[in-house]
Design a protein around this ligand. Sequence first.
Ligand SMILES: [Zn+2]
Length: 84
Amino acid sequence: MPLRCSEIPDRANAYIDRETSVIDYLKVASHLATCPNCRTYVRGLRVTRTLAAASLVAEMPEELRRRLDRGDHRSDDNLEPTKP
Ligand SMILES: [Zn+2]
């Protein structure tokens, strides 16, 4: 049974996160293939979420961001004494 437009917003977040069942994912995908309105809706939602994620990164302290960039997560748990 195809989804109606009114059923898309409930599933859009899970669809973007790929947290739906395969069946639901395909239902949403096939609805989007035929419905420009819902396609626009999902695209807008995705952009909004990307911007929200980007602004989270922008609010991170510089030092933390630099560490994440280097992939340096281990400097603080190096508790073992160094061997001579
Ligand atoms: Zn639709």
